[in-house]
Design a protein around this ligand. Structure first.
Ligand code: SF4
Ligand code: SF4
Length: 374
């Protein structure tokens, strides 16, 4: 007979930071929240992630009886400075395509369950954070993120992984609720650059930089471009400003060799000029929410990030993109970025831009020239 102690021991052997158990009953409150904000989440359904279905573990595994939640601290190591502030930390060592890190440990954990006659599923559309709180592993911040109550110095730099099983384990005591100190005057809500955080535990995902960088449609709306700063894929701002995270971030951590080895590939100039093969082999296997057919989105994000650095060393790259990029959204964003950086060379590039019959490009070039003058 498989006991909780045996599961905990195996999970710890495999390097997971914390382990908790909850029942497989439906996440009714989450279902109600999603129903009341249905509009904000339909885009996820359109990309194949059905959060509504995920609220019932029995749709994931028909004989579901419990959920084992594993906690993974994804910031055990620091990341190279050139990548911080551009890519959400939780994506920097994501091996779901390369399958050479965390995925192997999860496979080993599920193999252990299987050896004891327990079937399991590891769904991506179940409310993982809520499952973790229901399993007593932590609570929430007003920024909607999950905070550990035992590991990672009680920070939000943790990934809850919910494993649905057809075996009954006694549930742990839930720790649902918000754990923010009263003296923090909603720093995360005030700091959210795009106004996605509308109030305590209330987010409009369509305004979140994460959505805007990898799912947003077409040319990024002008009102978001400056607030999005240098973020290219995800955003950590509401975690970076959070005092609940300071204890973890104040440590000197060794820099990840694995992530450092790929940092050069994620250089802004490389991303802006990359061809389809570069994207498919060097970028997409690590950050794959944008499909391989949407290379333009990465290039557009790189152009916008360059503009927001206000660094004139990027003017030659942006000038080249304005002239030669295959996609007009990339050319349009290169024009915007040149206007944001300004200076004589940027102005000259904009003045000599050939817009053909692209109204979008013509508008962006005109506005960028006005910004240069300003
Ligand atoms: S991740 Fe960034 S954009 Fe999204 S809610 Fe947090 S601060 Fe706002
Ligand atoms: S910044 Fe303040 S309000 Fe926001 S999650 Fe952190 S402690 Fe809570």
């Amino acid at each position: 007979m498989l006991s909780k102690e045996m599961v905990i021991e195996r999970a710890r052997e495999l390097g997971f930071d914390d382990i908790g158990f909850t029942g497989a009953e439906r996440f009714e409150a989450q279902d109600e929240v999603l129903q009341s904000r249905r509009e904000g989440y339909t885009w996820l359904q359109n990309v194949g992630v059905d959060l509504f279905e995920g609220t019932d573990p029995k749709t994931i595994l028909p004989g579901a009886r419990s959920i084992i939640v594993l906690i993974e601290n994804y910031c055990r190591e620091a990341f190279p400075a050139s990548m911080v502030g551009k890519f959400g930390r939780c994506y920097l060592d994501d091996d779901r395509i390369t399958q050479d890190g965390l995925t192997q440990r999860l496979k080993a954990f599920r193999a252990f369950l299987r050896e004891h006659g327990v079937a399991s599923k590891l769904p991506f559309h179940l409310p993982h954070r809520l499952a973790a709180a229901r399993a007593g592993l932590g609570d929430f911040g007003k920024n909607c993120l999950f905070y550990s109550n035992r590991v990672a110095r009680h920070s939000s730099w943790v990934l809850p992984l919910a494993v649905v099983v057809d075996y009954e384990f006694a549930p742990d005591e839930p720790t649902l609720g918000i754990g923010c100190p009263e003296w923090c005057r909603n720093a995360c809500i005030a700091a959210c650059p795009t106004g996605a955080l509308e109030g305590p535990r209330k987010i409009d995902p369509r305004k979140c930089i994460s959505f805007l960088t990898y799912h947003g449609e077409g040319l990024t709306p002008v009102e978001f471009r400056e607030p999005m700063g240098t973020w290219l894929y995800g955003c950590d701002r509401c975690q970076d400003v959070c005092p609940r995270n300071h204890a973890w971030m104040a440590q000197e951590l060794p820099v990840s060799e694995r992530v450092s080895a790929m940092a050069a590939d994620f250089d802004l100039a490389q991303l802006l000029q990359m061809d389809a093969d570069y994207f498919a082999t060097r970028i997409w296997p690590h950050m794959f929410y944008t499909p391989p057919t949407d290379r333009w989105r990465w290039q557009m994000n790189a152009a916008r990030a360059m503009g927001n650095t206000r660094d004139r060393r990027y003017v030659p790259d942006l000038t080249r993109a304005l002239r030669e990029a295959e996609d007009e959204r990339v050319r349009a964003m290169a024009a915007w970025a040149l206007g944001r950086i300004g200076g004589a060379d940027a102005r000259a590039a904009l003045e000599s831009a050939s817009c053909g019959n692209s109204e979008m490009l013509q508008t962006e070039v005109t506005q960028a020239l006005a910004a240069c003058s300003g």
